[in-house]
Ligand binder design. Structure first.
Ligand code: F6P
Length: 480
């Protein structure tokens, strides 16, 4: 049994034009990874109900059993007003904390009204957890920067709760953190967890430095003593559901899917590259297009031989910075296709704005000779690991930004720096020309790494750690 808490829900119910209700599976590695965990462990997942038909299908206690095809756990939905969503999610989380934690030259915006909404919504999430928490031993596993204050609120309602948070994105340096007017409240809220987990050692180190500098607490071996409690701070890099992706790759239906994709995307070129990203300014998509543009300018003969498929999943589009990025990418793709091909939509770049179901994603990955992940800053980047997991044929080259967390594990990728345009283009040339034995050798090693640390290993490490923490008083076994 487990209680997972996140902003994004794993399944959205949407009303179609004909009035029927469709279930939409959330995209993005994190939601998919946690769904796999919940299917295995069972329990309750608490999240913002954002689908248009979510209320209609939820029971009187705001719950619905999921996944629809094989119900395994409860999805408990929190309802937010339009304004709450805009201020807590769009404002404080995504205009404030997101650019604060990613070093990408987008100025963080902190508004007092957004902060108030963030606090209020975090309290609501905590109340929902408290309602579901009948046994203190049930681990509460909180996800990400939207919910930094949940544990603090929860501790006032249920002092004996056992809570862990995983911070999926980078934790900033102390200098950068200082931009946030409410950094101390956020640090204190996080320290209400029993366990705080980050992707990388660097994030953990930055967090512990902030605890020292901002709260004047002295951690010992990654343990912070606060209000008579020990808070353990660890680094546990997240993985993907390797077995599920691998099984999808082995499924005979994949051949049909590949044929369909080949037709739909008009893939005929001998060399195929792929990029799959949320349309986010942290992902370095313009830089990637520039690198391809430079390659085609230097080697015009490649224009007829290379096809690059870019899948962009629209994200946070109501925010100006995201809308601007979408426009920039549209313009770049049209420009490259016009200069190196036959027109805005008929050239070396095939651009599709859509979310892909797992089988399509795996099929697309298998059609590619190389995959580019060129983030300007990224906590981990699960696309990189998904590409590797999908390549059960042992082929394919991963071109990976050194500014992702994944680069610390995936040493056999071709490592690039997206700020180094020339170097990026040179790496693409290497990827295209890499001899098959070299590709196979690198992929074999990459697959060993990705298989060795999958999403279940990640979750077990955090949850087993949480379970093992010393219970100080016997009455802690019952929730207050
Ligand atoms: O990994 C960072 C993250 O913000 C997750 O928390 C989230 O599920 C994912 O990216 C997608 O973002 P959003 O939920 O804003 O669409």
């Amino acid at each position: 049994m487990l209680i997972v808490v996140s902003n994004r829900e794993p399944y959205l119910h949407q009303t179609a034009e004909d009035g029927s209700v469709a279930t939409v599976t959330a995209t993005g590695g994190v939601a998919v990874a946690l769904d796999a965990l919940m299917r295995e462990r069972g329990g309750t997942w608490i999240a913002h109900g954002a689908g248009t038909a979510d209320r209609q299908v939820s029971d009187d206690n705001d719950r619905v059993r999921v996944p629809p095809e094989a119900p395994a756990y409860d999805l408990h939905r929190i309802w937010l007003t339009e304004e709450e969503e805009q201020r807590y999610y769009g404002g404080f989380s995504n205009e404030g904390l997101w650019p604060l934690c990613h070093t990408v030259h987008v100025k963080p915006v902190f508004r007092a009204e957004d902060w108030a909404a963030y606090q209020a919504v975090n309290r609501r999430f905590a109340e929902a957890v408290a309602a579901d928490l009948t046994e203190a031993s049930t681990p509460v596993f909180i996800q990400d920067y939207h919910l930094a204050l949940v544990a603090g609120e929860l501790r006032t309602l249920k002092p004996a709760a056992r809570a862990a948070i995983f911070w999926h994105i980078p934790w900033p340096s102390t200098d950068r953190l200082r931009m946030c007017p409410w950094r101390r409240e956020i640090l204190q809220g996080l320290l209400a967890n029993n366990l705080i987990a980050f992707q990388l050692e660097r994030d953990r180190h930055n967090f512990l430095s902030a605890v020292r500098e901002e709260l004047h607490l002295e951690p010992t071996d990654g343990v912070v003593r606060v209000d008579g409690r020990d808070v353990h701070v660890v680094a546990v890099p997240i993985g993907v559901d390797y077995d599920r992706i691998n099984a999808t790759a082995r499924d005979p239906r994949l051949l049909v899917e590949k044929d369909r994709l080949r037709r739909e995307l008009r893939i005929a070129a001998p060399v195929v590259g792929v990029g799959v990203d949320r349309l986010d300014y942290t992902k370095g998509i313009p830089e990637r297009l520039d690198a391809i543009d430079r390659l085609l300018t230097e080697s015009p003969e490649l224009a007829s031989q290379l096809l690059f498929v870019q899948v962009g999943v629209p994200s946070r589009s109501r925010l100006q910075s995201y809308a601007d990025l979408e426009r920039e990418i549209d313009a770049k793709v049209a420009d490259i296709n016009t200069r190196h091909g036959r027109g805005p939509a008929d050239g070396p770049i095939r651009y599709r704005k859509a979310a892909l179901k797992l089988r399509r994603l795996v099929a697309l990955f298998q059609l590619a000779d190389f995959c580019i992940v060129s983030s300007l800053h990224d906590g981990m980047n699960l696309v990189a690991k998904e590409f590797v997991a999908a390549r059960n044929d042992g082929d394919g080259v991963l071109v990976l930004s050194e500014l992702t967390g994944a680069a610390q594990e995936l040493k056999d990728a071709l490592i690039i720096n997206p700020y180094d345009g020339q170097g990026f283009t040179a790496a693409l040339r290497l990827a295209i020309g890499m001899p098959p034995p070299e590709r196979a050798k690198r992929m074999r090693r990459l697959r060993r790494v990705v298989a060795g640390r999958d999403v279940f290993a990640w979750a077990s490490e955090i949850l087993d750690n949480l379970q093992r923490l010393q219970v100080k008083r016997p009455w802690f076994n019952r929730v207050a």
